[in-house]
Write a protein that binds this ligand. Structure first.
Ligand SMILES: CC(=O)N[C@H]1[C@@H](OP(=O)(O)OP(=O)(O)OC[C@H]2O[C@@H](n3ccc(=O)[nH]c3=O)[C@H](O)[C@@H]2O)O[C@H](CO)[C@@H](O)[C@@H]1O
Length: 363
């Protein structure tokens, strides 16, 4: 089987494609892959660390307002489509799968025009522009939230969940004491702002730290590459009795997620699929800076299920944080949230998506 993958910009779009590729490779050891991304997106850092041939095209996103930039974007889209068509003609894929981000636009459009069977994967409860545009041309739309179905042609849409869920579940635990210098006997809370970090989360966490008096847990704090130096410097000036281990990025996140006791996070859809597959109690602070506020919609679905505490960015302060932590580690809450999270997960998402691929190829 020859599989074309595309998706980029943020980890939330890239990791589902890589997780699917890993599962296909497990089930079809002879499968061949080609990943098309851009040279300046996060995919250019992440994908080459995996044994997948990686090619790039140039593309940028549409501005929502009418602007001269959009004329350039249309030109880039057309050029990107042309380059994608030539890559597709020489690779001859049996199926093309797009997991979102600007780059998926021209690549999946080109694949559809060349009559390659096509699937787009939508991670969020409210879809992005690229997937909405592509849904007209592709054969199937795979979703992860029931709410997303309303935005796509019904006859093409199928619920699969996010392949990263299955990958997270399969991961081995990591030794937090040896690898991160954490105490094996104290609960660990992971703090993470999504694949690129989130400044408001840093500000709130650093402000809260000196005010957290009880030692309920220890923190593994992931800043995102760009924020690391500044946050580390700030952290060194803060007086706190809390144990905090700081890292710029974690490349074996599924293993780390399997080993922590709770998580404070943005509400990116791929992270949520990992949290629910494994069953991790969470405090979610949705980013308000995303299209159609989709992170809050993602987060509220988990809150409704009893799996997460959702706090808006502007209401997340030291007191609230301390009291949420106490609640999670008090009595039955932690195990109740864990179970509720697991119930909301789709741990066989890759298998489901592979079934969609098999059916489509047969057709
Ligand atoms: C600002 C923005 O537009 N964010 C979007 C983006 O987020 P973002 O890329 O932040 O997405 P997610 O939180 O969904 O996924 C992040 C992925 O990166 C991994 N990870 C993260 C940190 C780290 O140190 N190591 C690591 O491996 C996580 O385990 C996860 O697999 O895509 C998501 C999925 O479409 C959307 O829901 C988000 O709204």
């Amino acid at each position: 089987m020859k599989v074309l993958l595309t998706g980029g910009g943020t980890g939330g779009h890239i990791y589902p494609a890589l997780a699917l590729a890993n599962e296909i490779k497990r089930q079809y050891p002879d499968a061949h892959f080609l990943y098309i991304g851009t040279s300046n997106g996060l995919e250019a850092n992440i994908v080459p660390n995996h044994p997948l041939p990686f090619e790039t095209i140039e593309i940028s996103g549409f501005k929502r307002k009418l602007s001269f930039e959009n004329v350039k974007t249309i030109k880039r889209f057309l050029m990107g489509t042309k380059r994608a068509k030539s890559l597709i003609r020489s690779f001859q894929p049996d199926v093309a799968i797009g997991t979102g981000g600007y780059v998926a636009g021209p690549v999946m459009y080109a694949a559809a025009k060349l009559n390659v069977p096509t699937i787009i994967h939508e991670q969020n409860s409210v879809p992005g522009l690229t997937n909405k545009f592509l849904s007209r041309y592709v054969d199937r739309v795979a979703t992860c939230f029931d709410e997303a179905t309303n935005y796509f042609p019904k006859e093409k849409t199928v619920y699969t969940g996010n392949p990263r869920a299955q990958e997270a579940l399969r991961a081995d635990n990591v030794d937090l004491q040896n690898e991160y210098g954490l105490d094996a006997n104290v609960p660990t809370v992971l703090i993470v702002g999504g694949s690129r970090g989130a400044r408001p989360i840093h500000e709130a966490f650093l402000e809260a730290l000196p005010q957290l008096k009880d030692k309920i847990c220890q923190f593994l704090y992931v800043t995102g590459d760009v924020h690391y130096d500044k946050v580390k410097e700030q952290l060194e000036t803060i007086e706190t009795n809390q144990h905090v281990v700081i890292r710029p990025f974690i490349s074996d996140m599924p293993s780390v997620l399997k080993s922590v006791d709770a998580i404070v996070s943005r509400a990116g859809a791929t992270t949520l699929s990992e949290i629910t597959a494994i069953g991790i109690p969470s405090i979610l602070i949705p980013s308000p800076y995303v299209t159609n506020n989709h992170q809050e919609h993602n987060a509220r679905a988990l809150e409704k299920a009893g799996a997460a505490i959702v706090r808006k960015e502007n209401e997340w302060g030291a007191e609230q944080f301390a009291s949420d932590l106490r609640n999670i580690f008090d009595g039955e809450t932690q195990s109740n949230m864990k179970l509720a999270a697991q119930k909301a997960g789709t741990p066989d998402a890759s298998d489901r998506l592979i079934k969609v691929i098999q059916t489509l190829i047969k057709e």
